[in-house]
Ligand binder design. Structure first.
Ligand SMILES: [Zn+2]
Length: 204
C-alpha cells in the first residue's frame, strides 16, 4: 500500500501554515491578532521560557534554535533550506524577555515565506516584513500572557484568607499591566539602551 503524505510530517511549520490557510482562507489574510493567537496555541508558548525550554519547543516543531554572540544591533536571524530550519538569537539579552520577542519575530518571518510559497502571502509587496514581524512578536507575547492569566487567577482565588487574597489579586494586576507594557515598549527600550551604549563608547 502506498502511503500518501503531504510533506508536513517532517515540516510542522508547513503543516501549521496549511492549517491556518484552511481555517481562514475565506477571510485572507487573517489579522496579526488572529495569527498570533493561532501561533502561540500551536507553539505552546509560555510567558517565562528559559533558553533550554525555547530550544525544546523549537525542536518539537522541527526547528534548530541556538544562542550565539552576534554583532550589536542584530538580535537574531533565521534560515531555511528544504526541510532544515534554523533560528539564531543573540546570546546577550539587552532587555528582559527580548529572547522570546526575537524568537516570535523570526517565526513570523518564516511563516510569511511559507505563506508566500503556498500562494497566500499576508503582506503586499509594499508592506515591510520586518515591521510586521515586530508587531507580531509584541502581539504574540500579549496573547501568551493573556492565555495564562486564568491559571494565575485560579491560584490566587484559592488563597483562603481574605487580605492575602486581595493582595494576590492586586499583585497579579500590577504584574499583568507591567508585562503588557514591556511587550509594547521592548523595541523602544532596546533602542534607548543601544543608543546610550553607543554614546558611552564614543566618549571613551
Ligand atoms: Zn527580522
Amino acid at each position: 500500500m502506498e502511503l500518501l503524505t503531504d510533506g508536513t510530517e517532517n515540516n510542522p511549520l508547513l503543516g501549521f501554515c496549511l492549517a491556518v490557510i484552511s481555517r481562514h482562507s475565506e477571510n485572507w489574510p487573517p489579522s496579526e491578532d488572529v495569527l498570533a493567537e493561532e501561533f502561540v496555541g500551536w507553539f505552546g508558548a509560555r510567558t517565562f521560557l528559559t533558553k533550554n525550554a525555547m530550544r525544546e519547543l523549537c525542536l518539537l516543531k522541527g526547528i534548530t534554535l541556538s544562542f550565539t554572540p552576534l554583532p550589536s544591533g542584530l538580535h537574531g536571524f533565521n534560515c531555511s533550506f528544504q526541510d532544515q530550519k534554523e533560528i539564531v538569537i543573540s546570546e546577550h539579552e539587552m532587555v528582559p524577555f527580548a529572547h522570546v520577542h526575537t524568537l516570535f519575530h523570526e517565526f513570523r518571518e518564516m511563516l510569511e515565506h511559507l505563506f508566500a510559497d503556498l500562494g497566500h502571502a499576508t503582506l503586499t509587496p509594499k508592506q515591510s516584513l520586518e515591521a510586521k514581524a515586530e508587531e507580531f512578536a509584541m502581539i504574540a507575547r500579549m496573547a501568551t500572557v493573556t492565555r495564562e492569566l486564568p491559571g494565575y487567577v485560579e491560584i490566587v482565588s484559592n488563597i483562603n484568607k481574605d487580605w492575602p487574597r486581595y493582595f494576590g489579586y492586586a499583585f497579579l494586576v500590577v504584574c499583568f499591566v507591567a508585562y503588557m507594557f514591556s511587550c509594547v515598549s521592548l523595541p523602544q527600550f532596546e533602542d534607548v539602551i543601544s543608543e546610550a551604549r553607543r554614546q558611552r563608547y564614543v566618549r571613551m
